[in-house]
Design a protein around this ligand. Structure first.
Ligand code: ATP
Ligand code: MG
Length: 259
């Protein structure tokens, strides 16, 4: 089982859209995929139209101290092969508890370890804040995918995220592969084109060579969560991004085996 955290400390850069598109593309290619909503704002949970009454089982339960089985928290989706775990509003209170309750930083990793034979991939949709939930995700992940909006301000957010990843990597003493996915790219604007160039110049080798374009079809959650695969430039770009991610993982593994 491989765990991918989709994270960026900056908000609105396409984390949730990326989590959803990559998950469904992996499921469509026959993988058993589990998608977790770790954001108290619950955009992903809303995209799947999870009813709020009665309160759904969800990712907050992982921090309840009862170590629940993730399989009992997961729910099916319209997409064959894709299960998801909803976010509950109580997630927003976790940061305060985390400061006083030891061991909460690894709760997610423990729960995922217990289901390692049940899924091929787990994708973690992270909140845009550096707190207990993001630390849990980065501590558990094999790789970090950082969606980065192609505008000058977003590049600062990316630098913050990479520093955080380094810090977590040092403390967990296990490599965390990092991949940057340019998103929301508008090739008609100078700032978009320049930001993309700057991304490639600064982070060569870690950045996807293409970019997910602006595409209004990606804004419709009903389209992204439907059984039928979405069409359009954005959906195509995410398929191509997934191929790149899988190929980079393979080349990293091959290098490790050759060493
Ligand atoms: N390629 C795209 N083209 C057009 N709209 C997009 C694209 N990617 C994402 N969006 C839209 O941009 C907004 C932000 O995207 P998304 O929710 O995926 O970002 P996020 O990083 O998860 O945000 P948050 O930090 O609030 O969790 C959403 O309205 C989404 O539908
Ligand atoms: Mg989001």
């Amino acid at each position: 089982m491989l765990i991918w955290a989709i994270a960026n400390q900056k908000g609105g850069v396409g984390k949730t859209t990326t989590s959803l598109c990559l998950s469904r593309n992996l499921a469509e290619s026959g993988e058993r995929v589990l998608l977790l909503d770790l954001d108290p704002h619950a955009s992903l949970t809303r995209a799947f139209e999870v009813p709020s009454a009665p309160p759904p089982a969800g990712t907050h339960d992982l921090f309840s101290g009862h170590d629940p089985d993730l399989r009992t928290l997961a729910r099916g989706t319209a997409i064959p092969g894709l299960l998801m775990v909803a976010a509950q509003p109580a997630l927003a209170t976790l940061e305060r508890r985390g400061a006083t309750q030891p061991g909460l930083g690894l709760a997610l990793g423990r729960a995922l370890h217990r289901v390692r034979d049940d899924f091929d991939y787990v994708l973690l949709d992270c909140p845009p804040t550096l707190g207990l939930l993001m630390v849990n995700a980065l501590a558990a992940a094999d790789r970090l995918v950082i969606p980065t909006q192609t505008d000058p301000l977003a590049l600062h957010g990316l630098a913050d995220m990479l520093r955080t990843a380094e810090m977590i990597e040092r403390s967990r003493r296990r490599p965390l592969q990092r991949h940057i996915l340019p998103t929301l790219f508008d090739r008609r604007t100078r700032s978009g084109v320049q930001s993309l160039e700057q991304l490639h110049d600064t982070y060569a080798g870690r950045v996807w060579h293409k970019a997910v374009p602006m595409d209004t079809r990606l804004r419709d959650p009903a389209v992204l969560t439907a059984a039928e695969a979405p069409t359009g430039r954005g959906a195509l770009a995410y398929r191509s991004a997934l191929r790149w991610l899988l190929e980079t993982a393979e080349s990293v593994n091959a290098r490790k085996e050759a060493a």
